[in-house]
Design a protein around this ligand. Structure first.
Ligand code: HDE
Length: 877
């Protein structure tokens, strides 16, 4: 119920003086004279109230109509608003409480406005000095009287809905923690969206038990309508993804190079939300397809949100935003038949790529095992573009951002990835979710590559070209902090699906470079949210709202949440005391300081379409990447090209791709050509040759960090899923021991059998089967332990070894390079029945195949070490 506060609740005002001393208000020439204003309605009392008397109040009150005019003459200036009370307004004889308030607020507004006799900020809008050092907006100290800034004099009439009308001065509660919007229905009755309790959630309203449903059934209609509109448009790219919250912790202050507060001091913690994604597939597509992965981080900093929207590969397909729609149209399902889903192995993608030599570098990354990561937790992340860091003195350096997973970089093999698409389309989403739920919090270190414009000018490539990376040998990584993901979202839709990342979300201390791809992105992300999230107010959706305060004069639009008090939605203003005022140097300042030109031939022309000449070198870094891969990785790249190109239906496109690969490496091209059964074509012409430019030699012959194997990580077995195959007659003691050892190493051992239920192990001990080879097939496991017999009941284990599904299971573990612990005679028997060779070619021992001939867990150490190494690629050779 509404409770009306007593008029005495209106606090006496105490206006502090303006930060800019304002001239005492003297009525400007021609201003409405008190006499004219008071004539307008002095004697018009509000409806139902007694006529005012005595007449001496005439020159103060003006009209009592709140929207027509206020008191034309402010009360005595000497009071300056201090402790102003309606009862003390000179010449005012209080009538009703509402009248008192009206006069008070109008008086305060007049006083506030009169403090600003002119726009004190105007002159500072001009000239270079002001442009380089924008000034903080001059403004009045806020009056403590809520009446002066409110929208309505009735603000104090409170209720359970409108609240008590006491705004927290200068505070926007939409910015802040998610607790303000979190809903918990424990112990609650079901209601409609209007909060009306629903008596029956089982039946619609009908004309008789067997009669038709009535249009009157507003409960059914509300429920169905809501359901009908549950979906929002999916992201045009990166539609498939998954996210989590966490925290970024700064190791050491980086204030010498950036004034961004998240890098301000050692130990500084900043909340984050991260979304990983594939690029090409639709929202329901599988996780483990071959694709680039998105790696988007939203930092909720004290200076506002910073979104570092990156990928798991450091380079991109194209150099200019102009080509992005073309690239995406080429890779998405073909428009005539909507196929294939989440795959680049089709004509239009390779048609485009084969005609765009600059895309070959990224294509090599995508065809490498980076395109099929084992887990989001085992991917590197890259900001891709060159950005700038800017310190408090306005000095800028260039920077590239890198995320380094503490779990190391690990990938799948293609056959496994393709099979997982069928076995568990949510493989990566599940892995991330489970890791966090079980406390194995994924972590990445953030590293900077910092370099000056002078350095950049000496590189063989242009740092504004997103198809190029900077070898670590040229600019080393400087590790600056660590990100830990430790909180799953409460609601996938509300948080992950509605998360809006945007390269334009940037904070003081970080700035854009002129990379023409980045420049286009600055526009695209904001624009795309408008249609995806239904209007310009997506920043108010809880997950997107910053923890920093939001105050501006932007208003209205679909789904506006904030209820702005007052009349002021423009600047300059005097009615709001000049607030919200511009921050000047405390705010985001685009780097203006001239950096050294990136090349001597830097163009003086101001407006043109084109590319710098260094962009014309399309192959030197693709060659560097190829040279930096191990033999296994190179083999996988060749295989990936072979797979993709085999799926094409136009031979000319295949040939064109190979003719491009010839510009990267002859062995690569030959391998692919052999794989698809064509003769080597002639290489494609080189743009640099046609332009008469000198060939570009990369600064380094090979860059170790470009190999996936360069970062094995430090978490060893943590989170690795190990299948413990069992059947009747398995040795329970050995099983339990290996299970214990794996759990101690933070691996995830699970007992897997043919059917759910129990098996009877040694000495009649029952063991519960947790899952089956059918429901979680081989590809979903990182390693397998084959059972040891108890020496008494062989029948169960023999049946297990003879089962074709089990044989397939073991065969695939072997084929995908996964560690196998085969205990005792039965274990060995199962390997043989599955056709697994016990030695590598040349009779070499297989370090991933642990044949435990001893008791209980004697092979555990070796096996755990093999699980920690992840995969046995030697089996492929
Ligand atoms: Fe994006 N990209 N992109 N992109 N991108 C989007 O924004 C775009 C590019 C990346 O988890 C879209 O909200 C253009 C490079 C990620 O929500 C869209 C260009 C890199 C995500 C868009 C690029 C990325 C997106 C689609 C070329 C790596 C997912 C939905 C100028 C550095 C973010 C959305 C998430 C999403 C446009 C190129 C990464 C349409 C125009 C380069 C990780 O705005």
């Amino acid at each position: 119920m509404a409770k009306t506060r007593s008029p005495s609740a209106s606090s006496p005002s105490s206006a502090s003086s303006a930060s800019t001393p304002a001239a005492p208000p003297s009525p400007p020439p021609g201003a409405t004279s008190p006499t004219r204003a008071t004539k307008a309605g002095l004697r018009t009392a509000p409806h139902g109230s007694a006529p005012l008397s005595p007449p001496r109040v005439e020159h103060v009150l003006g009209s009592f109509l709140a929207t027509v005019s206020g008191p034309a003459t402010p009360p005595a200036d000497e009071e300056d608003g201090e402790h102003l009370d309606p009862g003390e307004v000179p010449g005012f004889v209080p009538a009703s409480a509402a009248q008192r308030k009206l006069v008070l607020s109008k008086t305060l507004v007049q006083r506030g406005s009169a403090r600003m006799s002119a726009n004190p900020n105007k002159a500072a809008e001009h000239g270079e000095a002001n442009a380089l050092q924008p000034r903080q907006g001059e403004h009045a100290q806020p009056l403590p009287d809520d009446e002066a800034s409110g929208s309505t004099r009735s603000e104090e009439n409170d209720s359970e809905k409108v609240g008590d009308g006491r705004p927290h001065s200068g505070h926007n509660p939409l910015a802040g923690t998610l607790d303000r919007v979190r809903v918990d229905s424990r112990g609650r009755m079901l209601t409609t969206n209007q909060g009306v309790p629903v008596a029956d959630n089982q039946n619609s309203l009908k004309a008789g038990l067997r009669g038709p449903t009535l249009l009157e059934d507003f409960i059914l209609r509300e429920k169905i309508t809501q359901f009908d509109h549950e979906r929002i448009p999916e992201r045009v790219v990166h539609a498939r993804g998954s996210g989590a919250f966490g925290v970024f912790e700064c190791y050491d202050s980086q204030e010498q190079i950036t004034r961004a507060d998240l890098f301000g001091k050692a130990g500084k913690q900043t909340p984050v939300f991260v979304r990983f994604s594939t690029v090409a597939g639709e929202r329901g597509s599988a996780d483990t397809v071959r694709d680039t992965r998105g790696f988007a981080v939203k930092f909720y900093t004290e200076q506002g949100n910073w979104d570092l929207v990156g990928n798991n590969m450091p380079v991109f397909f194209i150099q200019d935003a102009m080509k992005f729609p073309d690239l995406i149209h080429a890779v998405k399902p073909e428009p005539h038949n909507g196929m294939p889903q989440a795959a680049s192995a089709h004509d239009t993608f390779w048609d485009f790529i084969s005609l765009m030599p600059e895309s070959i570098h990224h294509t090599l990354w995508a065809m490498s095992d980076r395109g099929i990561p084992r887990s989001y937790r085992t991917m590197q992340g890259f900001g891709v573009h060159t950005y700038k860091l800017v310190n408090a003195a306005g000095e800028a350096v260039f920077v590239k951002f890198h995320w380094l997973p503490t779990a190391g970089t690990h990938s799948m093999v293609w056959d496994e990835a393709a099979k997982i698409c069928g076995a568990d389309a949510d493989f990566h989403r599940r892995d991330l979710w489970e890791a966090i739920e079980t406390g194995l919090y994924p972590q990445w270190e953030l590293a900077f590559q910092v370099f000056s414009a002078e350095q950049a000018a000496t590189f063989s490539f242009d740092v504004l070209d997103a198809t190029k990376l900077i070898p670590e040998e040229l600019v080393p990584l400087r590790v600056v902090g660590k990100m830990t993901l430790d909180r799953n979202p409460d609601n996938f839709f509300a948080e992950t699906e509605q998360a809006a990342f945007c390269t334009a979300h940037i904070v003081p201390g970080i700035d854009f470079s002129n990379d023409p791809l980045l420049q286009g992105r600055i526009h695209s992300y904001l624009d795309t949210q408008i249609s995806r999230l239904g209007g310009p107010n997506f920043h108010e959706i809880a997950v997107n709202a910053p923890i920093a305060q939001v105050h501006n004069n932007q208003r209205d639009g679909m789904h506006r949440q904030a209820i702005h008090r007052g009349r002021v939605a423009y600047e300059p203003n005097s009615l709001g005391g000049g607030c919200p005022h511009q921050a000047g140097m405390a705010g985001f300042v685009s780097t203006a300081r001239r950096m050294a030109p990136l090349s001597e031939s830097a163009s003086e022309i101001e407006k043109l379409r084109g590319k710098p000449e260094k962009f014309a070198d399309h192959f030197s870094q693709a060659q560097l990447f190829w040279r930096s891969q191990t033999a296994v990785e190179q083999r996988h790249i060749v295989d990936a090209f072979r797979f993709e190109l085999t799926r094409l239906t136009v031979p000319a496109i295949r040939e064109r791709v190979v003719s491009q690969l010839l510009n990267v490496d002859a062995r690569l091209a030959r391998g692919v050509a052999d794989g698809i059964g064509i003769a080597l074509p002639t290489p494609q012409p080189l743009a640099i040759e046609e332009l008469g430019l000198a060939p570009v030699m990369s600064e380094v012959e090979a860059s170790a960090g470009l190999s996936l194997f360069a970062r094995p990580g430090n978490v060893r077995c943590a989170g690795r899923r190990v299948a413990l195959l069992v059947a009747d007659g398995a040795d329970a003691t050995a099983l339990r021991e290996v299970q214990r050892r794996l759990a101690e190493a933070d691996a995830v051992p699970r007992v897997v059998g043919m059917r759910l239920g129990r098996v009877l192990c040694s000495q009649g001990q029952p063991i519960e089967i947790e899952t089956t080879v059918e429901s979680l097939p081989s590809v979903l496991w990182d390693a397998v332990v084959l059972p040891q017999g108890d020496g008494q009941n062989d029948a169960g284990l023999s049946a297990l070894a003879a089962d074709p599904d089990v044989q397939d299971f073991i065969k695939q573990q072997y084929r995908h390079g996964k560690p196998i612990l085969a205990a005792g005679r039965h274990g060995r028997d199962m390997l043989v029945k599955a056709g697994v060779p016990l030695k590598l070619a040349g009779d070499r021992p297989d370090p991933g195949l642990v044949l435990d001939e001893g008791q209980a867990d004697s092979g555990s150490d070796e096996f755990i070490a093999a699980v920690g190494r992840h995969r046995q690629h030697e089996r492929e050779g």
